[in-house]
Design a protein around this ligand. Structure first.
Ligand SMILES: CC/C=C\C/C=C\CCC/C=C/CC(=O)SCCNC(=O)CCNC(=O)[C@H](O)C(C)(C)COP(=O)(O)OP(=O)(O)OC[C@H]1O[C@@H](n2cnc3c(N)ncnc32)[C@H](O)[C@@H]1OP(=O)(O)O
Length: 302
């Protein structure tokens, strides 16, 4: 069954309309409701949304195999799902987790940033900005249940949550590793990290492109809890219950007070940030770095 998606904000409507057009062009239904409580359970190709046990909490499962890279299609579907949850007053909190084994998200999809044209880079970057803004300023309580590797854009996504739970596994490394790819984390990635772990720790982590293993991630404050893999989800729900005990209006105003100035920095210069990205990513030297990195990823297998 196709579900209608109502949009409140014009620029979001444009982004989402784009996704529906892309979906239609590919000849597939964009949304399917399922289960007895179909109004509350919905899925797109790449994002599965299930109500949590108590109904006030939804669990969003990222399912863009093999590594949940943040492709344009994925971002668009994720944003539509989030919008639906924000608009449904029954939901007060969302747990974000991965449906792909051992990987929370591999971050931005390198194929969206390599060998494309400037128009594509601009469209892609706008969607990345939108993801960050919508998550960072969300009125919902967001808990990231990080059940695997969480580099770069995956880490950024997790950093927008109110709480981060990381699985205690050697694969579960987390950090902004952009410099290792020969690229530079944008200022709003950096701001989000600084707001979480402070200036000095961020400077070191960003310059060295550090990917922190669980114990170090906990120590530096990048995550709030490290638990065995099979307890990530239950821990996320238990932390969520704690946060939901606070009246929404007071918590939401406090969250906005803490985060608005950071978000406003990007909002005020969104277009310039897109142009920066397009000219940076289009440079021959950057394209070369991305090519080498992609080749390294492929060679890892052979
Ligand atoms: C002055 C400056 C101004 C402006 C700057 C503006 C912008 C620049 C900054 C842009 C910001 C970028 C942030 C990012 O998120 S970049 C992405 C960084 N991500 C990574 O480094 C992670 C790479 N992946 C991995 O390390 C591993 O894949 C991972 C540990 C996640 C999982 O390992 P696993 O062994 O399970 O899988 P693999 O065999 O490695 O991968 C499976 C296939 O998936 C492909 N892959 C992996 N990651 C990505 C990705 N991010 N995008 C696209 N594709 C990816 C990989 O190549 C394999 O493909 P196949 O070989 O099967 O075809």
């Amino acid at each position: 069954m196709a579900l209608a998606v109502r949009m409140r904000v014009p620029c979001r409507a444009l982004l989402c309309a784009g996704a529906q057009l892309r979906g239609a062009a590919l000849g597939r239904p964009e949304w399917a409701a399922g289960g007895g409580d179909g109004a509350r359970r919905f899925a797109s190709l790449r994002v599965l949304v299930e109500p949590g046990a108590e109904g006030r909490v939804a669990v969003m499962k990222l399912k863009n195999p093999p590594v949940n890279s943040l492709s344009l299609d994925f971002l668009t579907e994720f944003l539509i799902s989030l919008e639906k949850l924000e608009n449904d007053k029954a939901f007060r909190g969302v747990v974000i987790t991965s449906d792909c084994p051992n990987v929370f998200s591999a971050g931005l999809d390198l194929r969206e940033m390599y060998g494309r044209n400037p128009g594509h880079y601009a469209e892609y970057w706008k969607a990345v900005q939108e993801l960050w803004l919508r998550l960072y300023l969300s009125n919902l309580v967001l808990v990231a249940a990080i059940n695997g590797s969480c580099p770069a854009g995956g880490c950024l996504m997790a950093l927008t949550s109110d709480v981060r739970i990381l699985s205690d596994s050697p694969k579960s490394v987390i950090g902004l590793n952009e410099t290792l790819l020969g690229i530079v984390a944008p200022f709003w990635f950096k701001d989000t990290l600084v707001n979480t772990i402070g200036h000095r720790a961020s400077e070191r982590a960003l310059q060295l492109g550090l990917l922190f293993p669980p114990a170090e991630a906990l120590q530096v404050g990048l995550v709030d809890h490290v638990v065995p893999e099979d307890q990530v989800q239950s821990m996320a729900l238990s932390v969520m219950a704690h946060w939901l005990a606070i009246p929404d209006h007071a918590r939401q105003l406090t969250k906005a007070m803490m985060r608005k100035a950071t978000a406003d920095r990007l909002i005020k210069q969104r277009e310039a940030d897109i142009q920066n990205f397009v000219s940076f990513i289009s440079r021959d030297s950057i394209q070369k770095s991305l090519q080498i990195y992609l080749e390294k990823l492929k060679q890892k297998k052979g």
